[in-house]
Design a protein around this ligand. Structure first.
Ligand code: SF4
Length: 387
């Protein structure tokens, strides 16, 4: 039997507030014994406050509940997120007055407050954990589930991997996908052919390098691995291969493990709200239509298990293709719906696989529904068939 992931179903039996997701969050916090664990702790509550005019990030109703539980338990909560998202947080309704505790940029006002951790990986030598995160003694990781252009999925792991490092490390993580060579200019010296290769990509994922006209640059985030460019490129000149795409998934696992290593065992809980899931992450600064059916709310002490549970729950239903932006393209319908959207080499399960390998947790979990819809009798009388 795996570790427990507590789960609140988005469905309800009756039209009553205590069967809805904020009330189920309270039940999940009780199951995780959050209040009993935070006495005297300095608690960093990591969430994504969104950007610009996005409105699908965590609603303050949910955040206030977590803040209250921490305060009721004798902990000292503060909310952290990256500096550039923090700038317009007030315009999206995130204020200390509303949420019940201070909101601070994780790396200080200039993003220069961090702790360096050496761990070589591809282009990255040093990982800079945001100072306000590492200074905390307890972590509540509260993520909103959605798609991501490079990782395919943004949930609990991504919230920590990107959101707890300062900007320099976040940039380096995005560049890790370019570390392994994919363009071999010796195999394509002809300018006209290079232009045809670039023009073959309907997503603008291939561009001429700014400094060397013979180099082609791949924007991995825009590439859905449709293979059109490979039909134009001379043999051996261009590679669209796992090494580049999986680098980001692995970087997510490594980054998360470094941040989590700064907390003592048992000093973290992980929550994911899987509602209004958009094609790309909340950094984009807008909210698109949901591309997956709402899956509910999840909580666990195990960051790998909680993401695995969200992915399994969201894989039960197909992608809502009519809600996909028309500039995006579905060319495979195999595996998780986010793989349909972002391409076969961006499998959302990859990050959880790497995370398990680096010892962050387990993909083997037991899902515990905190208020099963089936357990609620819609009417006090016995069953009477409808006429
Ligand atoms: S595989 Fe498709 S999306 Fe990717 S660079 Fe080639 S043409 Fe563009």
């Amino acid at each position: 039997m795996g570790v427990k992931v507590f789960y609140g179903d988005p469905r309800q039996a009756r039209l009553e507030g205590n069967e809805t997701l904020p009330a189920k969050l309270d039940l999940i916090l009780d199951h995780l014994h959050l209040q009993d664990r935070v006495k005297g702790e300095l608690v960093a509550l990591k969430l994504h406050v969104g950007n610009k005019i996005g409105y699908s990030t965590l609603h303050p109703v949910f955040i206030r509940k977590v803040v209250k539980a921490i305060r009721d338990g004798g902990g000292k909560p503060f909310i952290v997120d990256v500096d550039w998202d923090m700038e317009g947080a007030v315009s999206r309704g995130y204020t200390a007055e509303v949420l019940g505790c201070p909101i601070v940029p994780n790396g200080g006002p200039s993003d220069k407050y961090f702790y360096a951790h050496e761990r070589p990986y591809k282009n990255i030598k040093e990982w800079n954990v945001a100072g306000m995160v590492e200074d905390a003694t307890f972590l509540v990781n509260f993520a909103h589930a959605k798609g991501h252009p490079t990782n395919a999925y943004g949930g609990a792991l991504k919230n920590i991997a990107l959101g707890c490092m300062v900007g320099k490390t976040r940039s380096a993580m995005h560049d890790s996908v370019l570390f392994d060579p994919y363009w071999f200019k010796d195999k394509c010296r002809d300018e006209e052919t290079r232009q045809r290769i670039i023009a073959s990509c309907p997503h603008g994922a291939l561009v001429k390098d700014k400094y060397d006209p013979e180099e082609i640059h791949l924007h991995v985030d825009l590439c859905n691995q449709c293979g059109r460019c490979l039909q134009v490129a001379p043999e051996g000149s261009l590679k669209i291969v796992p090494a580049n795409f999986h680098a980001f998934h692995e970087a997510v696992a490594i980054s998360t493990s470094i941040t989590m290593s700064t907390f003592e065992p048992g000093k973290a809980v992980h929550l994911v709200l899987a509602t209004h899931m958009t094609p790309v992450c909340d950094c984009f600064g807008f909210t698109s239509m949901p591309i997956m059916r709402d899956a509910g709310i999840f909580g666990s002490d195990d960051i790998v298990a909680v993401d695995q549970a969200v992915l399994d729950a969201t894989s039960k239903y197909p992608l809502i293709e009519e809600n996909v932006p028309t500039s995006m393209e579905v060319h495979t319908r195999v595996g998780h719906p986010l793989r349909w959207l972002h391409g076969p080499l961006k499998d959302p399960y990859k990050a959880t696989e790497y995370a398990e390998k680096v010892g962050l947790g387990t993909r083997d979990y037991e899902l515990v529904d905190v208020l099963p819809v089936e357990s609620i009798r819609p009417a006090p009388m016995g069953y009477i068939p409808a006429q």
